[in-house]
Design a protein around this ligand. Structure first.
Ligand SMILES: [Zn+2]
Ligand SMILES: [Zn+2]
Length: 268
């Protein structure tokens, strides 16, 4: 079984055809997926999708693009919403200095609020980082010194230094369809240098469809294509990469393991 650790099933691209998208995922061996929050104010939607579909978990958080729209959501609110049994992580939150849709200082403040929520709930933080490597490294280190938290650097597309610091801090790196693009040799090099026990895969659907689906609306079924490229990149079989990334998923997203792998969760 493969797991799509990051997708956006609430997007309009899926509204009409969600049952077909979920069926295609199942047929492709993608047994679980996490629909990721971009707006705390829309949390009910994510939760409703997760409640209606056993294969889907959800998260709660504010995307850095929306930081200016949701600048003051208190930690307590995020913590309270995360208590739902199918909400398994905080985020996505972080810094996006490529688009700069929100002022950078507001992005940083909102991001730190999410780190505090992750620390308090012991749920992993889903980090969005784009063109902000040095600020991201500074914040992640400063916050770690205040108290431990776990995280995934999702849709990893940053440089080798952030990858190294992330691994050093105990975080996971999740690879998206970008890994399959011909020009992504630097990214494949980062994947090769990432410890196997820290690798995850995702689609970030509806964005970034992997080869050979480029240009189409991405969907969770296509995580199989990214997983295949990740397998060949690090020199394992597709079966092994499924086992590795799924075990990693349940180690990081322990609340999902509580539901899907109760025996293992009890031992851990
Ligand atoms: Zn993102
Ligand atoms: Zn996303």
């Amino acid at each position: 079984m493969l797991i799509d650790s990051h997708c956006h099933l609430d997007f309009p691209d899926f509204s009409e055809r969600l049952p077909a998208v979920l069926a295609a995922a199942e047929a492709a061996g993608v047994g679980r997926m996490v629909t990721i929050s971009t707006h705390v104010e829309r949390y009910e939607r994510y939760r409703a999708i997760a409640e209606a579909n056993a294969a889907v978990f959800c998260t709660v958080g504010t995307h850095p693009h929306q930081a200016a729209a949701e600048p003051d959501v208190p930690v307590e609110r995020i913590v309270a919403l995360s208590e739902h049994p199918r909400c398994i992580a905080i985020g996505e939150a972080g810094l996006d200095f490529f688009y700069d849709h929100s002022p950078r200082d507001v992005q940083e403040r909102v991001f730190r609020t999410h780190i505090a929520a992750a620390r308090e709930t012991r749920l992993p933080l889903v980090i969005h980082a784009r063109d902000a490597d040095q600020d991201m490294i500074r914040i992640l280190r400063e916050e770690m010194s205040k108290g431990a938290y776990s995280a995934v650097l999702h849709c990893f597309s940053s440089g080798p230094e952030l990858a190294r610091v992330g691994v050093e801090l105990g975080f996971y790196l999740s690879f998206s369809g970008i890994l399959t693009f011909r020009k992504s040799e630097d990214l494949r090099e980062i994947a090769r240098n990432t410890p196997r026990e820290r690798l995850l895969v995702e689609t970030d659907a509806p964005f970034l469809a992997p080869v050979p689906h480029r240009g189409r609306v991405n969907e969770p079924a296509y995580v199989a294509d990214t997983a295949r490229v990740l397998a060949s990149t690090i020199g394992v079989t597709p079966e092994e990469i499924a086992r590795i990334t799924t075990d990693n998923f349940y180690r990081l997203f322990a609340k999902a393991a509580l539901i899907d792998r109760p025996k293992q969760a009890a031992v851990a």
